[in-house]
Design a binder for this molecule. Structure first.
Ligand code: BTN
Length: 247
């Protein structure tokens, strides 16, 4: 099958502020699928204003450049779905109980093993470019940050992982998942996303507007909005950060 990411380039850096920032400053026209990979990020960025903690040389921290120009801006959540599925695919090769916590955190059991940030630029009504930053905890054994529930693959399996090998495997999986939306098969991605969604259709505790409630996740809309049915049968919808998962 013909490669989607032909001629992609790989920038391998020892140290950088953030691979996402570096990728955004590259000259325009980098081949699709090009990668900025760093062993050490001084200012690794997490979601919102958070920092991404990663011990130098221990984990995968990289960004990939995509041009999903076939996607309407309103459908940009498909990038999240595709990337989180690819990361979940990779981790499921080595661990059980891998899931995607909406919108795009990767969990093993009740702990976070990988995070994703997606920075899109939009032209007219379509996506022009997407810089996808991925951090996967592989070999780190001790976490010092305030992140509530970090976990690494080595903590689960007791083994160490070769970063370059894992990066190459993941790139193949991203290419595999990305092809579906490029070929207009959104249904497969929708089905697969929901099938590995953390707490999907389980009664669980949530917090919104300072109030706790019990609910089941029943859907994630194409726009990325989370839809739950609470214990009173009321349907409630949330954007990212509007609802907190309570353990
Ligand atoms: C999260 O908070 O869950 C998102 C974490 C994303 C971290 C990755 S590491 C590589 C890329 N460069 C960054 O500065 N952040 C992302």
């Amino acid at each position: 099958m013909e490669k989607v990411f032909k001629n992609r380039r790989i920038f391998e850096l020892n140290v950088v502020d953030s691979t996402n920032s570096y990728a955004s400053e590259l000259p325009p026209g980098m081949p699709e699928g090009s990668i900025v990979w760093a062993l050490n990020q001084i200012k690794g960025r997490g979601q919102g204003n958070n920092r991404w903690e990663s011990e130098p040389g221990k984990n995968l921290t990289f960004s990939i450049i995509l041009y999903p120009t076939f996607l309407k801006a309103a459908d940009q959540f498909y990038i999240s779905k595709v990337i989180s599925l690819a990361v979940a695919d990779l981790l499921a090769l080595f661990a059980d109980r891998v899931s995607i916590k909406w919108p795009n955190d990767i969990y093993v059991g009740d702990k976070k093993i990988a995070g994703i940030i997606i920075e899109n630029s939009v032209e007219i009504s379509n996506i022009k470019q997407s810089i996808v930053g991925i951090g996967i905890n592989l070999n780190q054994k001790i976490f010092s940050s305030d992140a509530p529930n970090p976990l690494s693959l080595a903590q689960i399996t007791g083994k160490d992982y070769d970063l370059k090998e894992m990066l190459e495997k993941l790139c193949d999986l991203i290419e595999y998942r990305y092809r579906f939306i490029k070929d207009n098969d959104f249904q497969t991605i929708d089905n697969d996303y929901v099938s590995v969604l953390y707490r999907f259709n389980e009664s669980a505790n949530y917090l919104a507007d300072g109030k706790a409630f019990k609910a089941r996740i029943i859907e994630v809309e194409p726009s990325g909005v989370l839809v739950v049915r609470d214990n009173n049968g009321i349907i409630r919808k949330f954007l990212h950060k509007e609802v907190e998962y309570v353990r």
